[in-house]
Ligand binder design. Structure first.
Ligand code: ADP
Ligand code: MG
Length: 249
């Protein structure tokens, strides 16, 4: 598996008075099993960039090449790519919809036609991994849960399909410390034990610098800096603004 992005530009609402040039000349390469950090302030283009990885957004210009397949090509079948890629949207708890936690988590595997025993085993396994007791939570409504619990349900619904690539858009932003800890630990476990490729977008480099192989710093839609965490942290473009948080400026 490899993903290559070449000279990607993206403009929202192109041709209208509201057009906005969100990404400029982005090039990067992601190899199998890597942990990639995409760091930038709010509005820098993180969400726009990572939505190109499995074809959720189509490049304005430039190319996204997934395992040798140019996603811009005519008649490209994105189904297979989406099956391999788990995508956790920013604030995914807003997309919970089922009557029970169990049904919400099971939704993606049901689409693939697994039998109910297999589905139940998978749901049990991911709920356990993410700190949601199966018996206590399975019949509850996701809407009655805390936001940390809801976020964990949403993540369980993504990892239940055993994706080989996990794209995470600010997965622990704004959560309680127990939820942060559970989610971070599970992401790291998937990466280390199951060799899942991780693409992790956040404003807070502190969340990932210990784990990332390569970090890309985004500013106003451009990559201003990239490299291994050690190199990034020693660069003057990065400032410590307080003890807990490293912020890309
Ligand atoms: P980030 O995830 O780093 O906060 P985004 O990729 O969400 O940044 O947004 C990058 C820029 O594109 C922002 O200035 C944002 O306002 C703009 N933008 C995002 N989505 C849209 C949209 N649907 N229509 C117009 N502009 C958008
Ligand atoms: Mg975003």
């Amino acid at each position: 598996m490899s993903i290559e992005i070449k000279n990607l530009d993206y403009i929202y609402r192109k041709g209208t008075p509201f057009e906005f040039h969100a990404l400029r000349s982005i090039s990067l390469k992601i190899n199998n099993g890597e942990f990639i950090g995409v760091i930038g302030d709010e509005g820098s283009g993180k969400s726009t960039l990572i939505q190109h990885i499995n074809g959720l957004l189509k490049p304005g210009s430039g190319d996204v090449i997934f395992d040798g397949i140019n996603l811009n090509g005519k008649g490209v079948d994105l189904r297979n790519i989406r099956l391999k890629t788990g995508f956790l949207f920013q604030n995914p708890e807003h997309q919970l919809f089922a009557d029970t936690v169990y049904d919400d988590i099971a939704f993606a595997v049901r689409q693939l036609g697994h039998d109910e025993d297999d589905i139940e085993n998978r749901v049990m396994r991911v709920m356990d991994a993410i700190g949601l007791d199966f018996v206590m939570y399975k019949d509850r409504s996701p809407f009655g849960l805390s936001s940390g619990e809801q976020r964990r349900v949403a993540i369980a619904g993504v990892i239940v399909n055993n994706p080989s690539i996990l794209v995470l858009d600010d997965p622990i932003a704004g959560l309680d410390s127990f939820s942060k800890e559970k989610i971070s630990t599970e992401i790291l476990r998937l990466h280390r034990d199951s060799k899942v490729t991780i693409i992790y977008a956040t404003h807070n480099i502190d969340e990932i610098y210990r784990w990332a192989d390569t970090i890309y710093i985004l500013k106003n839609g451009r990559i201003t800096l990239s490299g291994p965490p050690g190199e990034i942290l020693s660069c003057r473009e990065i400032n410590y603004t307080n003890q807990d948080e490293l912020v890309a400026i």
